[in-house]
Design a protein. Structure first.
Length: 501
């Protein structure tokens, strides 16, 4: 019986993984498609450095290394996006093992710990990003494992081990350096010895330095200039300033809290998700105030705090950045109700069932149906109705086929000219006209997506963003002789540019 009890958690996690795998989304989010495109580029071009991004240094090398290893073993190439989904899935399951250990150490209650794993596994953001081609779950894995080794293991090397794990989390998104503030808060409150704190800080700093030093050498990137540009300069793709900061206000704070709610309970049905979220907060607050815990819970509170403060005003609405708030919050909830004896299992079981039903039917399941991904179907239509080597010109801004700037090159496998980026990098409409002329003379086919062929919302946004006039844009169109029209779907079509007048 003890043997069965010891390993039953792996059976539970296997079935969680099976559910994850059976319902892999085909919604193909934007960033995941970018990572997949970069992976394909690196494999084809054998260029393993240029597509590494300083915001998440380790993700691309890990993606390339594991993809090449699996293809060499299986001898079967497969879609890069699918590979990255499986990578997220595996890291998600590994994260759940450490979450189980943390809850078990905190409560000494076996079934409550398993219930806690199920609750977190089926919380919306954790579930979604464990089946998406995204960077966030690998980063969360290193944070959760670091929390476990630092605060739930009494070993001589725990400061060394946790510092390395936390530094690796920053390699999957730079904002994970916020965990350093969390740890320092706990050190201060618990009056950790100066020597031990310095060991942790030293190892953490050296590990971060090694990552960026190697990257700067291999990529020949001036990191000071790069980060200065990130903070105060222009977007490297668009060529103009894009700010991700929200105004400091009560409204912004409430938007952030709402995104935390949506990260746990998918928000299509706001009444259900709000009731569940309030129930969770009430039980958690009651448990914290009662202060009847086997272990100190300050590590969970301070884990959340820097992430909550930062992401309440940066990328406020994005639920992926709430994972390091949601995970400790749900752990705290489970620990808080664990003292209610038999009622605790009933309460958490009820919430797990409602969470699963809500998140599966309103969140995950619609993303598994390809007919719901109109952006993908439009890219497929372009692939089917144009020849290889064709160039597709799109606006690429939020008012039009925004996903086209990555869906067309990745899924349609067509060259894509993004007018928003071309103009953002200082080119003029005259420059573009001459480039089109030269490209046609070289025998290339150029098609304009319909959003650019009249005064659409996309064109109006381009005019506003790049300080053009309607007359300038109309003159630009008048110099292009359009010929063949190719109907796509949802009212979109392509017009072939026959020549420049």
């Amino acid at each position: 019986m003890k043997y069965l009890k010891k390993y039953f958690i792996f059976v539970v996690i296997f079935f969680i993984g099976l559910i994850y795998f059976l319902y892999l989304p085909v919604s193909y989010n934007f960033d995941g498609t970018v990572y997949s495109y970069f992976l394909r580029y690196s494999i084809i071009k054998k260029d393993y450095i240029s597509k590494i991004h300083p915001h998440h240094l380790l993700y691309h090398p890990l993606a390339v290394g594991t993809y090449k290893a699996l293809v060499s073993i299986s001898k079967v190439p497969f879609l890069e996006y699918f590979h990255l989904q499986i990578l997220s899935l595996l890291f998600g399951l590994l994260t759940l093992i450490f979450i189980y250990k943390i809850i078990l150490y905190s409560t000494s209650k076996y079934f409550i710990s398993i219930a806690g794993v199920l609750l977190i596994a089926f919380s919306y953001a954790f579930w979604l990003f464990s089946v998406e081609a995204e960077i966030h779950i690998p980063g969360l894995f290193f944070i959760v494992s670091g929390i476990f080794f630092l605060f739930f293991q009494d070993k001589s090397n725990k400061y060394l081990m946790s510092a390395i794990l936390f530094s690796l989390s920053a390699g999957f998104h730079l904002t994970n350096i916020l965990i350093l503030a969390s740890v320092l808060f706990v050190f201060f409150v618990r009056k950790t010895k100066i020597k031990e704190a310095l060991i942790f800080l030293g190892v953490y700093s050296v590990s971060i330095f090694i990552q960026y030093f190697l990257y700067s050498i291999l990529s020949k990137t001036n990191l000071i200039s790069f980060f200065k540009n990130v903070l105060f300069g222009k977007d490297p793709f668009a060529g103009y300033r894009i700010s991700y900061w929200e105004p400091f206000s009560i409204k912004t704070l409430f938007l952030s809290i709402n995104s935390i709610k949506n990260a746990i309970f998918e928000g299509t049905n706001p009444f259900i998700s709000s009731i569940l979220f309030l129930t969770l907060l009430i039980f958690t607050t009651f448990g914290i105030l009662k202060r009847d815990f086997k272990f100190k819970i300050d590590c969970f509170l301070f884990w959340m705090l820097p992430y909550f403060l930062f992401f309440s005003f940066w990328e406020t609405r994005n639920i992926e950045f709430k994972l390091n708030i949601v995970t400790p919050l749900l752990i705290l909830f489970v620990i808080s109700i664990s003292n209610l004896e038999r009622r605790s299992l009933l309460i958490i079981s009820f919430i797990i069932i409602l969470t699963f039903i809500n998140n599966f039917y309103f969140g995950i399941k619609p993303k598994t149906e390809i007919q719901n991904n109109r952006n993908f179907l439009l890219a497929e239509s372009i692939r089917e109705k144009t020849n290889e080597g064709s160039i597709i010109v799109i606006a690429g801004n939020n008012s039009g086929y925004m996903y086209g700037k990555i869906y067309i090159p990745y899924f349609a496998m067509r060259n894509t000219w993004i007018l928003d980026w071309i103009l953002g990098r200082g080119f003029t409409l005259y420059d573009l006209k001459e480039q089109i002329r030269g490209t046609i003379l070289r025998g290339k086919k150029i098609f304009f997506l319909s959003e650019l062929t009249y005064m659409s919302d996309s064109v109006r946004e381009l005019i506003k963003t790049h300080k053009l006039s309607q007359k300038d844009y109309k003159d630009f169109l008048n110099h292009l002789k359009f010929g063949r029209r190719i109907e796509l779907l949802d009212g979109f079509y392509l017009l072939e540019v026959e020549k420049v007048l």
